[in-house]
Design a protein around this ligand. Sequence first.
Ligand code: ADP
Length: 480
Amino acid sequence: MTLRAKLLATYIGLTIAGVMVFSIFASWELKGYLDRRAESELKAHVEAVAALVRGGEFPPHSLPDHETTIRRMARSLNLRLTFIRKDGVVLFDSDVPLDSLPNVENHLSRPEISASRSGEFGLNRRESATVHEEFLYSATMVVIPAPDGTDTMYVRVARPFSDIQMLDRQVQIIIWAIGVLSIIVIAVVSSRASRGITRPILDIASSARAIRDGDLSRRIPVTSRDEIGTLASSINDMAEKLGNDIAQLKKLERVRSEFLGNVSHELRTPIFSLQGFLETLLDGAVDDPSVNRDFLEKAHKHAGRLNALLNDLIEISRIESGEMKMSFRFMPLADFLREVTGEMSSAAAKKHLNLAMEPGECADDKVYADRDRLKQVMINLLDNAIKYTDDGGSITVTTHREGTDWVCVEVADTGSGIPAQHLNRIFERFYRVDKDRSRDVGGTGLGLAIVKHIVEAHGGIIRVESTVGKGSRFMFTLKR
Ligand code: ADP
């Protein structure tokens, strides 16, 4: 059974029950009311006729003289009028011809007459023995003037019961018609209303199926702010989040396979070269004193590149897999920088570069850092500065404060500089401005990626400014 059928069954069931209860109660009440009204009307009529009799309008002995008047009155009121002598003999009856009157039986024992004799208001409902029709009878005893003082007689008014019943039936028909009409109206209205409820649910179901089948761009129109609206927007949110997650996963997957492609490409070059030189040597060049040493040195250089590349790869994969454990301590910054520049001075000297350390603002500051990792950052930056600065240039390491909590370490060179369009990409893995130059000077393309990872693991940021032909400035922040 569908939800809509259930809703409809509930609505209509409740309506039918309500209409039944209402109709039964209303018709019962109305029947009671109509009966009471018929009785009180009848009583009023009896009183009216009794008043006429009491006033001497219809003296008992001359009733046949008034036959036309009485019969007309009875017909126009749709009533039966009976006048009965005190001994029960029927003197006149509007439904009985005058000449049949002697055949009418004595009425003294009629219930309404007996009741009125004891001074009450007589009322009875039964089938007439005289005219064979059901009547509601009402009678009263009237005291009338008589030549020898007073006399009594009975006045009886009867109303055909079919008359009352017809009114009752008409009212019943109206009540039940209203009932049936309301059931139809409610059935139509609730059919619409239930469609209003079930249609959004069906929409939600079909959208949820579409989402399950991979259509993550599918959204359910949210048309209300009720529970169904909330459900729809929750499913939309879920689809959105799922879509984002999947996009993220796809991106990661793409980056990963790109990286793998780059790695194999990077490894292939030194391995081929190494293989080439060694094969040439084995093919006889080893005995040629004019080239053998040169070839061996070149083979050695490629082996060195391979080693550097593998070291950087190991490093970056340790950092990215989260395997690298950092151990932070407060350490004097100036001493540390002096030590690292000292270690790099011979490499700089080889290229006749002036490598200077000027402590600047933060000469006495301590920074919160992992010493070994920070050393790697400085070595990579100084190594690049040395690699990309021509003979005779200079490299300067300085520091300055940034706000109260941070120091900024700056490595500036007077080298080749980096064209502006590359500046925001040089921290990517394997990104190089000039591939050949980088390989020539033994670069792996991973140095700055490693630097950025480490600086960020310290909570700092790294940035670069550079002018082609004038030099570059790499700056990173550390917590003091
Ligand atoms: P590489 O091993 O190629 O030096 P890095 O990640 O260290 O790789 O640097 C990426 C690229 O950024 C380099 O190939 C080079 O083009 C550029 N670069 C880095 N440092 C400097 C610098 N001090 N001066 C000029 N270019 C630089």
